[in-house]
Design a protein around this ligand. Structure first.
Ligand code: SAT
Ligand code: MN
Length: 598
């Protein structure tokens, strides 16, 4: 029983699942600091967590996962719809009935010997008309303390919910304890028993067997992307795998940009970028997810549904991303990084040598010259957005921020120029539909190599991806004021020359490209129209003080017709996957590109 809510539907739902999962007790999370401290103390006492040195890393904790549970499991992630076609060719599919039959068996008694935590959470600022409320049931206290950072969580959410509807999210690590059985530090189920299941038509999430990241923190990829993308299609808005940043020019004019890149393309780095060009400023709204809706003024407004960053730790440093480094100075949960003998953390690329005696994510001891992998490549920090030094003053504005530009991009060593602008919303949709990049360490079970990752949504689209393309086209066609639609751009920080040398320095220097984009949005910067869209003139991008030659700049902005003809053939192969479901507007864009290249 709880006195935190009178929502009978919620209480009944929790009781029903308590009967199925048979936990020793049910605990309703109020989200208080006292509760958080209690759970942290409990996990330190049980050996699941280590409290880091309070002077070095105040209020921060360290976890090692089970070696089998280190990332999202795409091959165990399902979209459950009545018809397979509605999940589409890019999702694993099972019928809702078959999946629920399998999972109900698994959930039976799965929380024996454990506590069932009830986590009310809001994706988006409490009370925002773009926000959604979910309730996650979990048997993992690690999930509770992570959800407290990543979402608005606890009693305040129940107060806003009242007797309204919530998105039910059921999670178990799938490791019941027999009477007297000793627990392990990171309990979870074997890989073939993990199921990350989504039921879009009933807005439900059932996740079994994993305690890690997006498999277990169900507000993030499961709700805010897979379920929300389906809702967004029904309701006429956009739920996207995009960072949101605010950029201010030297005259004090501010614009907001949303950007989608596949994992491992530096999304968090771009969201927190420190411009190298004088007078410009970048501030962060979010680093992973954007929910966008048209406002009464006809502009597209975005909120970040999250409240924290679940960032990849390795190669985050004072050099690559000082703002991310300082976001995790305190109040942070570290998972699968190294633990140093003085109670600090370490990972590859952190900017200093690994201290002797550091404990690896697998519990091995590092000594100089040993080949111990200290941090897992997908090691993470869970940090509060409010601790980010460059957080935007409007990051919690319930109305969101008006979006002027949308960027797409991937890791493309050749063919794709540093930046180009779409001719129209439909052309921009085409550009988003063909985004491609390298496979990320955040996803296991995939062959390495370059893959298409449309809109960076491949693992996150809760319905048929071709219908999702169609939804994007429709958003453009039905926009309340087409002149106020964001401009769409493609960027590529990853161009190389034939010798494999990077042509563009990246990081803070990307502000030069953002400045060009900003100026395009206010009708200032120069561009030339090419077959693929508008490309900057060779001196269109400010390279003052930058060691990039004119020849390199020409190469970076070149549209090589032969390479693009080959690209067109690859795009046809990519589209073929969706058969005749590809929207006519996108086939037309492809035909236009082909004819412009002829
Ligand atoms: O584990 S998460 O899904 O939260 C992060 C990622 O895999 O991109
Ligand atoms: Mn992501």
């Amino acid at each position: 029983m709880t006195n935190l809510t009178k929502n009978q539907k919620l209480i009944n739902w929790v009781n029903e699942w308590a009967q199925i999962c048979q936990p020793d007790s049910v605990y309703w999370c109020d989200g208080s600091e006292e509760e958080n401290n209690r759970l942290n103390d409990m996990m330190v006492a049980s050996g699941a967590a280590v409290k880091l040195d309070d002077k070095k890393r105040p209020n921060s904790y360290y976890y090692q996962s089970d070696p089998s549970d280190v990332a999202r499991v795409e091959n165990r992630t399902y979209i459950c719809t009545d018809k397979e076609e509605d999940a589409g060719p890019t999702n694993n599919w099972m019928s809702p009935k078959d999946m629920k039959d399998i999972l109900l068996e698994k959930f039976k008694g799965c929380m024996k010997g454990r506590t069932m935590y009830v986590i009310p959470f809001s994706m988006g600022p409490l009370g925002s008309n773009i926000a959604k409320i979910g309730v996650e049931i979990t048997d993992s206290a690690y999930v509770v303390v992570n959800m407290r950072i990543m979402t608005r969580m606890g009693k305040a959410v129940l107060d806003v919910l009242g007797d309204g509807d919530f998105i039910p999210c059921i999670h178990s690590i799938g490791a019941p304890l027999a009477p007297g059985q000793q627990d392990v530090a990171w309990p979870c189920a074997p890989i073939e028993e993990k199921y990350i299941s989504h039921f879009p038509s009933t807005s439900e999430i059932w996740s079994f067997g994993s305690g890690y990241g997006g498999n277990a923190l169900l507000g993030k990829k499961c709700l805010a992307l897979r379920i929300a993308s389906y809702m967004a299609k029904q309701e006429g808005w956009l739920a996207e795998h995009m960072l949101i940043l605010g950029i201010t020019n030297p005259q004090g004019v501010k614009k907001y940009i949303a950007a989608a890149f596949p994992s491992a393309c530096g999304k968090t780095n771009l969201a927190m970028l420190i411009p190298t060009i004088p007078g410009w400023k970048v501030e962060t709204i979010g680093d992973d997810i954007a929910w966008m809706k048209f406002g009464k003024d006809g502009q597209l407004y975005a909120i970040n549904p999250e409240a924290g960053f679940f960032g990849v730790a390795p190669f985050t440093s004072e050099h690559t991303n000082p703002n991310a480094m300082h976001s995790c100075d305190k109040d942070t949960i570290y998972t699968n990084v190294g633990l140093t003998p003085d109670g600090d953390i370490w990972w590859d690329g952190i900017g200093w040598d690994c201290p002797e005696g550091t404990i690896s994510w697998k519990g091995e001891t590092y000594t100089k010259g040993s080949d111990v992998q200290v941090a897992h490549p997908n090691a993470r920090f869970t940090a509060k957005a409010s601790n980010c030094p460059c957080i935007d003053p409007d990051w919690e504005n319930p109305a969101g921020v008006p979006i002027s530009a949308i960027l797409f991009g991937g890791r493309r060593p050749s063919t794709v120029p540093l930046v180009y602008e779409a001719r129209s919303w439909a052309h921009g949709t085409f550009i988003g539909s063909v985004v491609g990049s390298e496979v990320t360490a955040a996803a296991i079970g995939l062959a390495a190599g370059v893959r298409r990752d449309p809109f960076a949504m491949l693992p996150f689209c809760g319905y048929n991806m071709a219908d999702y393309f169609g939804h994007w086209i429709k958003i453009g066609e039905t926009a309340p004021d087409k002149t106020k639609l964001p401009k769409i751009f493609n960027v590529n920080w990853f161009r190389k020359d034939e010798t494999g040398r990077w042509l563009w320095p990246g990081f803070g220097e990307n502000s030069r490209v953002l400045a060009w984009i900003f100026d395009r949005c206010v009708g200032k910067a120069e561009a030339i129209e090419t077959a693929i869209g508008f490309v900057p003139t060779v001196d269109g991008i400010n390279v003052e003080g930058l060691d990039v030659s004119k020849a390199d700049m020409e190469e970076l902005l070149k549209v090589d017709k032969n390479l693009w003809k080959a690209e067109v053939e690859l795009i046809k192969e990519h589209y073929a996957r969706f058969g005749n479901k590809i929207p006519a507007a996108l086939s037309a864009e492809l035909a236009t590109l082909e004819s412009k290249l002829a």
